[in-house]
Write a protein that binds this ligand. Structure first.
Ligand code: 9MR
Length: 367
């Protein structure tokens, strides 16, 4: 059997297995039903590896009305060589989502990380625009009509680099100047005019002076794009939060969200999790404090009608990026997500259910 045929079959069987319902997943309220009643989308990042575990696949199917590929649509996996694209994993995940009535977010078309090695050695100011445009036309074009929203440009702002507009010293800025962002949005609109084109970034959630500066830089970027007529329609607020013994506050987010609303932008909470690095090891205490942050944060953002989707960065703690990138000092596994490693619902799940059940229904419009 050829590799492509095998993968098509396995994608189908992942979908079918989970469709039939796996008995191991206990009956519990589904976030997707609570959120659906509010015209809100709720979901998670999925990885291809997780979806091969039937009980995980069933949980993702049960809980999510929207999904995003954690890594499978990034440049590295999709264009491993200049003239070769790979879509088997992403295709299988889109098949799964469609089989379960889930919307799909695309993540992402332009970033400073997870680029293939060939890009860094090939790119020049002379060919950068063509490389970026072609990648976007191929990747977003392949899924035309199937994607709810694309993270067209990811994490372009990094104030520490001290560039005009707060732009990050990325491979794209170095080779194309600040116009790369507009170029990416225009190419994405050409490739998939139905997708909601999103700028996605982190570090703008908490009440803190550095986060306030980031919020202002993001507003500046979005206003500039709009002024030039670039097709940007939404902001993705990643929402990688960090819990502290004195919980962070989110009051300043209200003003920011109002400004975005005035610009007619939608907002998606795209990558929520709560880093418990500074919390005590005791699991019950940790889970309670993490859940407190889920509740406070979601109450804040869901008070705003133009917040249309909430996605966590994984549904269950096993395999969270936080253990790989920022492990706890005491060697304990982190507990940042609504379900634990054995797929039991945690207090954070209850907090999500409560915040969604309490929030006002979103007004009718495309979500
Ligand atoms: O969770 C992702 C991890 O598996 C990857 O190794 C990493 C690099 O591609 O990206 C992680 O996801 C990031 C996302 O793409 C953008 N926002 C921050 C996320 C966590 O680092």
């Amino acid at each position: 059997m050829r590799r492509r045929e095998f993968l098509q079959i396995s994608a189908g069987s992942i979908a079918v297995t989970a469709l039939r319902g796996i008995p191991q997943v206990p009956e519990r309220p589904a976030l997707r039903e609570l959120a659906g009643a509010k015209n809100l989308l709720v979901g998670s990042a999925f990885s291809f590896a997780q979806m091969a575990r039937p009980e995980m696949a069933a949980l993702l199917a049960q809980q999510c009305s929207i999904m995003v590929c954690e890594n499978e649509l990034k440049w590295g996996p999709t264009q491993p060589e200049r003239d070769r694209y790979e879509f088997e994993h992403a295709d299988a995940m889109v098949v799964f989502a469609e089989a379960h009535g889930q919307k799909v977010r695309g993540h992402n078309l332009c970033w400073h990380q997870s680029n293939p090695a060939w890009l860094e050695t090939t790119i020049t100011p002379g060919n950068a625009a063509a490389l970026l445009r072609q990648h976007i036309l191929v990747v977003a074009g392949r899924y035309r009509g199937k994607i709810h929203s694309w993270d067209v440009v990811n994490e372009a702002i990094h104030l520490e680099d001290q560039n005009a507009g707060g732009l990050r010293n990325s491979v794209w800025l170095k080779n194309l100047g600040e116009g790369y962002i507009e170029l990416a949005f225009r190419a994405a609109a050409e490739a998939d005019p139905g997708a909601i084109l999103t700028y996605n970034d982190f570090g703008m959630e908490h009440d803190a002076p550095d986060q306030e500066r980031k919020r202002n830089a993001v507003l500046g970027l979005l206003r500039g794009l709009r002024a030039r007529g670039a097709p940007v329609q939404a902001l993705g607020i990643q929402s990688h939060l960090t819990a502290h013994l004195v919980p962070p506050r989110f009051h300043e987010l209200h003003g920011f969200l109002k400004e975005l609303g005035k610009m007619g932008l939608r907002v998606f909470i795209t990558e929520m999790d709560v880093d418990d690095r500074d919390l005590p090891a005791d699991v019950a205490k940790r889970d309670r404090m993490v859940a407190g942050l889920y509740r406070d944060y979601l109450r804040t953002v869901l008070a705003h009608d133009h917040v249309r989707a909430v996605l966590t960065w994984g549904l269950a703690d096993r395999g969270t990026w936080l253990d790989a990138y920022h492990p706890r000092g005491d060697g304990q596994k982190k507990r940042p997500l609504p379900f634990d490693a054995e797929l039991h619902a945690k207090p954070a799940f209850a907090a999500m259910c409560e915040a969604i059940a309490e929030c006002p229904a979103r007004s009718e419009e495309r979500v």
